[in-house]
Design a protein around this ligand. Structure first.
Ligand code: DGL
Length: 266
């Protein structure tokens, strides 16, 4: 069982930030990544549709024989995590809780910002999870719907993206804020531009590392961790529509060497 792969999915390229962090921390694990590129973005879809897409992605990964799944998508984590956890009999992790814990760890001022897709911000999942752990924390959030298509286009650092970021982040009441949760796995690709708008006094919280650590703990607790001597670890990449940008970004994240990206129908 422990030599089985771990499934990771996102609507597109964003979850590759999580895949890369997991690969760094758990080099002996085999990983299967699914990017639902035919249906990206999820962030402007209804809760019912997001739930259905998430279930279809998990069913695909379950058929591949995975031992655990990481929902490397905030939108799907916000709307589908408890449902998916009941539906499948192996561990399923989302990205919201690790991001929340990390933000509370670094934040001093008790004012935390959250940016995410429309569906994630509307769900208020971050405000609820932050306040559950610390009732006095102040949360300001804004949705940034154009960020995901810009990242999928690989426009991560140009004047258009900077102008879009400035416009969105102007609407975030930032007085006394010292941490901003990047509540979408696509957004770490925009760290440079977001950092330029906000300045160095606001820490950008990217949950990828925190998710990898949660997964490590979860595998150890469930006796599912691959042996440190396991040599068969590899990465498989699947998408629901083939785009050359996916390959370009995957190559950047996986440092050059990527396996063939296979197109699948869910
Ligand atoms: N990267 C995803 C997220 O974390 C999905 C973005 C989208 O498809 O809208 O929310």
């Amino acid at each position: 069982m422990s030599s089985k792969p771990i499934g990771i999915f996102d609507s597109g390229v964003g979850g590759l930030t999580v895949l890369a962090a997991i690969r760094r921390l758990l080099p002996h694990e085999s990983l299967i990544y699914l990017g639902d590129t035919a249906r990206v973005p999820y962030g402007n879809k209804s809760a019912e549709t997001i739930l259905r897409y998430a279930e279809e992605c998990c069913t695909f990964l379950a058929k591949k024989g995975v031992k655990a799944i990481v929902i490397a998508c905030n939108t799907a984590s916000a709307h589908a995590l408890p449902y998916i956890q009941h539906r499948f009999h192996f561990p399923i992790l989302g990205v919201v809780e690790p991001g929340v814990e990390e933000a509370l760890r670094v934040n001093q001022s008790r004012h935390i910002g959250v940016i995410g897709t429309f569906a994630t911000i509307q769900s208020e999942i971050y405000a609820k999870e932050l306040k559950k752990r610390n009732a006095s924390v102040r949360v300001s959030s804004v949705s940034c719907p154009l960020f995901v298509p810009l990242v999928e286009e690989d426009w991560c650092d140009n004047e258009v993206t900077l102008a879009v970021a400035e416009k969105y982040l102007k609407n975030l009441g930032r007085d006394g804020m010292d941490a901003l949760i990047l509540g979408c796995t696509h957004y770490p690709l925009l760290k440079k531009v977001i950092g330029e708008c906000l300045g160095p006094q606001i820490a950008l919280i990217d949950s990828a590392e925190a998710v990898a650590i949660s997964l490590q703990k979860c595998l150890a607790l469930s006796a599912l961790k691959a042996s440190d001597t396991f040599e068969g670890a590899g990465v498989e990449l699947y998408v629901t529509d083939l785009t050359h940008r996916f390959e370009t970004i995957a190559r950047r994240f996986l440092e050059g060497d990527i396996p063939e990206v296979k197109r699948v129908t869910l």
